[in-house]
Design a protein around this ligand. Structure first.
Ligand code: C5P
Length: 319
């Protein structure tokens, strides 16, 4: 049996500006993604003796690690869908006639439904592992083609595939690399219960339609781009924005308490990560991040968490 494993990283949105809801239900975004050291690993166990000529090549999927019990283990899992999408692409474009059956195993370090693109990272890692599995059988695909396949799986999958620091437009899938100097350190507070991304976007639409809360679209990333070129976490702290923060806070009051506790513990800035509920606390060093996290865990403000730094790499093959 051959094995392939790939790692993909979590993301934070250092800037998340959300425009109007589009006809297709998505929202136009102007966002700055940065990948973090926190990661998931996806392994494919390949049975070359069991050949599949049509339909899914995935025999099953298992999950271990953080929040494993809440991750779907059927064909709705994005890693499963990623493997099938790549096979479909090779069948349609390179006359792939048969492929080996694979079992998928995911090891999770990224919280599920936490606003850190955990599911997207799994899809990106599965794409990279499956792409390696086909090397020698099918042509290697350029990053642009892999990114297109990734975009069909979810808005954040192209970014988790590429990693680093990127400006994201469209629904977040159109990427342009950005300059980011230095390394930024974070304390991350996790929650037992996740938040549904569509629900948070819907809450933003609701708040805007009622006019009760002023959440204008933050479409200018200039200040953040300048802050990133300094490598100074204090400047970054002053420039971060997330239009989904108020909607997430109005849906889940527990997020607000954790934010306050982290700021009182000395963090430079706190921000809901993506659609939440994970709260990312920007700190001045790794030691500082550990101190903030220790305080949050010691007083019970956060039930679990970790420290992480960014930017990190895109999805990459381990073996
Ligand atoms: O693309 P993805 O499947 O990750 O998106 C999940 C959901 O998040 C979408 O169905 C939509 O409700 C919301 N979304 C959005 N605008 C975006 C990205 C996601 O409204 N740009």
């Amino acid at each position: 049996m051959r094995r392939f494993a790939a790692r993909a990283h979590a993301k934070v949105n250092l800037h998340l500006g959300v425009g109007d809801r589009r006809a297709d239900g998505y929202h136009d975004l102007v966002t700055v993604f940065q990948s973090l050291s926190l990661s998931d690993t996806v392994r494919l166990d390949v049975d070359d003796d069991d050949r599949v000529t049509s339909g899914s090549i995935v025999a099953g999927l298992t999950v271990a690690g953080l929040d494993a019990a809440s991750v779907p283990t059927d064909s709705s899992n994005l890693a499963w869908r990623a493997v099938d999408k790549l096979v479909d692409y090779y069948r349609a474009n390179h006359a792939l006639s048969d492929a080996p059956r694979v079992a998928i195993h995911i090891n999770k370090g990224i919280p599920t439904a936490g606003g850190m693109a955990g599911g997207s990272a799994d899809a990106a890692a599965a794409l990279v592992a499956a792409h390696a599995m086909f090397s020698g059988t099918c042509p290697a695909l350029p990053m642009d083609t892999l990114s297109e396949i990734a975009a069909g799986l979810g808005s954040d999958v192209p970014f988790t595939l590429r990693g680093g620091t990127m400006l994201g437009t469209g629904r977040g899938e159109q990427l342009t690399p950005m300059l980011s100097r230095g390394t930024y350190h974070w304390a991350l507070a996790f929650f037992t219960e996740g938040l549904s991304t569509p629900k948070v976007f819907h809450q933003l639409d609701f708040l805007r339609s009622g006019g009760s809360t002023n959440v204008p679209p933050s479409l200018d990333t200039g200040e953040l781009a300048r802050a990133l070129t300094t490598g100074d976490p204090r400047q970054l702290a002053a420039a971060m924005t997330n239009d989904l923060q108020i909607p997430a806070l109005t849906l889940r009051h527990d997020i607000g308490y954790v934010r306050t506790a982290g700021m009182n513990a000395g963090a430079l800035a706190s921000m809901v990560s993506g659609s939440g509920p994970t709260v990312a606390f920007l700190c001045s060093s790794e030691l500082h991040a550990r101190d903030v996290l220790d305080d949050l865990l010691a007083d019970g403000s956060a039930y679990s968490g970790t420290v992480a730094h960014g930017p990190a790499k895109g999805a990459h093959l381990i073996y």
